[in-house]
Design a binder for this molecule. Sequence first.
Ligand code: ADE
Ligand code: ZN
Length: 315
Amino acid sequence: MYDWLNALPKAELHLHLEGSLEPELLFALAERNKIALPWNDVEALRSAYAFNNLQEFLDLYYAGADVLRTEQDFYDLTWAYLLKCKAQNVIHTEPFFDPQTHTDRGIPFEVVLRGIKQALVDGEKQLGISHGLILSFLRHLSEEEAFKTFEQAMPFRDAFIAVGLDSSEMGHPPRKFQRVFDKARSEGLLTVAHAGEEGPPEYIWEALDLLKIKRIDHGVRAIEDERLMQRIIDEQIPLTVCPLSNTKLCVFDDMRQHNILQMLERGVKVTVNSDDPAYFGGYVTENFAALHESLGMTKEQATRLAQNSLDARLV
Ligand code: ADE
Ligand code: ZN
């Protein structure tokens, strides 16, 4: 089944480039940039990948990103991800990057963007993988800081298809970013947002009504609100679901409790994605495989999930 799932043509619509930083590359970049790490070796770092919630993961994810310093580092990170895409027949990807994680450490915006974008362009040419890049704002930071990031991005407007919203969800509702999302839409950018990962269904309503999002990232808590479920079914609003992420971050205690197939059978446009594959134990194919192993996902269901991912592309 793994090989069959791997061969399915698919799109990945929820992937944080910083979350694809494998421990081996993290150590190599630390050495290249002469950065001392708090872990002795790759195994010690990997054994720290045990999380009780989103925040525990984010703390380590932001610490790991500190090894990314130069344009070449961002290129190498993105290229390594694209090689995974190629190996798993991901024919189109719409990755996120978090500029504030880097600009707050003194790395210029254009250094981050140039490295990522060059790898994506080379990936189109050399690997045949099409892409649309999404600039994601960190929601634990202020509206003012998001506006500042947006202004830094505007000279490179054509490098993006959309803006997104990620990081610590609880206590940072979508409405906090309504004005910056308004501004992004006025520049012709599309919008997406993480909502209903740990946060309540109200955050999904806000993301739809105030941020006018085209896709809901995660959204698994929509199932708690029947009126919301009806809306996302009627309007066929895609959900970018990340099964391994949800179990690693204890959104569900066990994969057997995951609601993705229940949503699929109710007519929700759900898709399968890897979120932060270096931290959660696998890329897209491993996420599909986990659904087969724990929930008995059939080939017919996998085919519909993969087709949904192709249909839910923004570009
Ligand atoms: N940043 C990286 N992965 C994330 C996730 N799953 N939720 C929120 N912010 C993130
Ligand atoms: Zn995410």
